[in-house]
Design a protein around this ligand. Structure first.
Ligand SMILES: [Zn+2]
Length: 98
């Protein structure tokens, strides 16, 4: 089992870096190796305890990274022809492959 690092919300004012099981690529999905992520206003509200979030949530939802693997039938593949090793980023409402 491969592991990855994750910034995990543990409660208001507390974030811990933990090891989590690395996801397996399924049909219609891609696994992105995150190289950078932002801390956005939503993350700040979560850490301050201003949003009703359960402890255990992984923070950082606007990542930049490299496509590590593509599952069969990924709908993005039909539009943009992504390949493993290509750069990708995710915004709250959009996904992009470069
Ligand atoms: Zn955000």
């Amino acid at each position: 089992m491969e592991l990855m690092k994750a910034a995990v919300f543990r409660g208001p004012g507390t974030i811990e870096i933990e090891e989590r099981k690395k996801p397996v690529t399924r049909a219609g999905e891609a696994v992105i190796r995150v190289t950078t992520t932002t801390i956005c206003g939503t993350d700040v509200h979560i850490v301050k305890g201003e949003y009703p979030v359960k402890p255990g949530l992984i923070l950082g939802h606007e990542p930049v990274g490299i496509i590590e693997s593509l599952g069969d039938g990924n709908p993005a593949a039909r539009r943009t022809h992504p390949r493993e090793g290509a750069r990708a980023f995710h915004q709250s409402t959009n996904q992009r492959v470069m």
